[in-house]
Ligand binder design. Structure first.
Ligand code: INI
Length: 151
């Protein structure tokens, strides 16, 4: 018989930290709203959610690393929007690599809720106007936190 394991979405006893980029702050605030909505709807208590603001997505990995041990999952939220220079590539790729590395090093799920878009319009669409990547990131955090305990 096949054994199947999937993380459940029960979150009333879990603790989360949101690491949020102040760069493109309006987008970030939309993502935070989506993440908070998701956590609340899955039973997470207000006192079990901490929000830490960082200057930009590039700074997320270090702060996530310092925080990880105190939480069931860390959710990184922000937006890297393509400009006319290669800066976008460096910031987006270091944020993605760093976040993955922190997750593997600490064993704590660190979720990549960072939009990487070609325009501000695309980022707006994905931070509440049409959909909300923050909500999806929080849901992934709950699932991964529970999956880590179940395996
Ligand atoms: N940081 C972001 O979070 N998003 C961006 O779009 C962005 N761009 O395009 O420059 C950005 N840059 C700042 C970067 O994350 C660092 O804060 C900065 O380089 C200082 O280390």
């Amino acid at each position: 018989m096949v054994k199947m394991i999937a993380g459940n979405l029960e979150a009333s006893k879990l603790k989360f930290c949101l690491v949020v980029s102040r760069f493109n702050e309006m987008i970030s605030k939309g993502l935070v709203g989506g993440a908070e909505d998701c956590l609340k709807r899955h039973g997470v208590k207000d006192e079990n959610v901490t929000i830490v603001w960082v200057p930009g997505a590039f700074e997320m990995p270090l702060i996530a690393q310092k925080l990880a041990k105190n939480y069931d999952a860390v959710i990184c939220l922000g937006a890297v929007v393509r400009g006319g220079t290669p800066h976008f590539e460096y910031v987006a790729s270091e944020a993605a690599k760093g976040i993955a590395q922190v997750s593997l090093q600490t064993g704590v799920p660190v979720i990549f809720g960072v939009l990487t878009t070609d325009s501000l319009e695309q980022a707006l669409e994905r931070s509440g106007v049409k959909s909300n990547k923050g909500f999806a990131a929080a849901q992934a955090a709950i699932e991964m936190a529970n999956l880590g305990k179940e395996i």
